[in-house]
Design a protein around this ligand. Sequence first.
Ligand SMILES: *Cc1c(COP(=O)(O)O)cnc(C)c1O
Length: 493
Amino acid sequence: MDIEAFRKAGYQAIDRICDYYYSLQNRPVVPSVQPGYLLDALPDSPPEQGEDFTVIADDYQKYILPGLTHWQHPSFFAYFPTACTFEGILGDLYSTSTANPGFNWLASPACTELEMVVMDWSAKLLGLSEHFLHSSGKGGGVIQTTASELALVVVVAARERYLRIHPDAKADELVIYTTTQTHSLGVKAGLVFGMECRALEVKAEDAYALRGATLKSALEEDEKRGKRPFILVATVGTTSSGAIDRLDEIGQVSEDYPSLWIHVDAAWAGVTLACPEYRGTAQLENINAYATSFGTNFHKWGLVNFDAALLWVKDRKDLTDALDVTPEFLRTKQGDAGAVVDFRNWHLGLGRRFRSLKVWFVLRSYGVEGFRNYIRQGIKLNEHFTSLIRASLDFSLVTAPSFALTVFRLTPAGASLTGSELNELNRAFYARLSSRHDIMLTQTVLNGVFCIRFAVGAARTQQEHIDTAWDLLQQEGAVAVQEYMQKISKDVQ
Ligand SMILES: *Cc1c(COP(=O)(O)O)cnc(C)c1O
């Protein structure tokens, strides 16, 4: 493809993307393709001769689009919102147009310095303290791919820091602390590093938050069995229910354990810190006081296209001490002089995408106020959904709503069902929902209770989509209840 052919194909691509967005609302959320549909449709080896790009572009429309789940659909309430703004798309387009692996300052000074700028901007947007900023000269932020990969970076930095403080510690004594509600990233880090990962218990009456007393007794117990917990992954906004660990209590306990690294995973909910009115709930003060590192994904609810997992550390040396490997061919005079940041020592890979560009585009185009209003809109829509649940006799909240997430289930009025019957009913209800293509929600289990998650935040969701979803939930719920009551009355006979 030459430059002029690219110009033409590029214009066409943008046109088609615009058409896609105009048609989005009329598409199904979940595709109706069967497993293997694409494997069967495409040839099993690449073409011998190059093909015309117009044919390739048409095949994207023909084969790929029908197999996509539309995360930007206004009736997408599954998992978590995944940002896709036009500013973000353009940022990625420019970024890929120069294909910069940007691992050292010299490998592209703009890539490094823009990342430093947007990480400081984002820290200020969220209200993080000075010590997390590049401008502090000590801490700083870096854009990683995902919260899970970010956790690997943090765990290795925490391990190295712990071993520097306790050189006598043995590898098999090290333990990663999470809770039963922590995202799988804790267990995954344990698998990758071959370390024990201990999930601390949380209770429904604490809204699934980790309490200081639980942490303290685990630390004491592990000390007795010769184990060395070196990192706690605490969460602000868990995946299942949006629970917020009690960082105030955790922080106080940690004062007696200064070598315990506290990582705060706020992959989904961290963006709420942009709004002053949510900083109390999202525990900004405690994050600033106690977190050794803090991570949030702008690629979820934060308007920046995947991937943009933002990580801040109080002390950048913790990262570079753990991850700096500098063979001769990577040495530069600026790096040797310590005059620049070389982000290759802040993450797992060497090369890295130029992700800061899309963050820059988004933050400038929205501004702080625009960013806040977007978060507020999601929370407001969720409050509307929650009020419908609260007013209903047949549905109830399983735990208090968290920002733009509601966890609920069917609890039909007048039916006296046991815990396991309710679980069975709700599984049947969810099976009905998940066979539909016009809406998408996800399920979860909270301490044995089967429930359904309603996650708001897709950019095009309006109140009318919430109302339509509610009608549909009521209809499917009524059928599920009727079928279930018939089934158990038959079982009795
Ligand atoms: C989504 C989520 C993750 C995982 O995010 P990835 O970036 O996909 O790894 C981790 N923790 C929490 C709390 C999340 O919401």
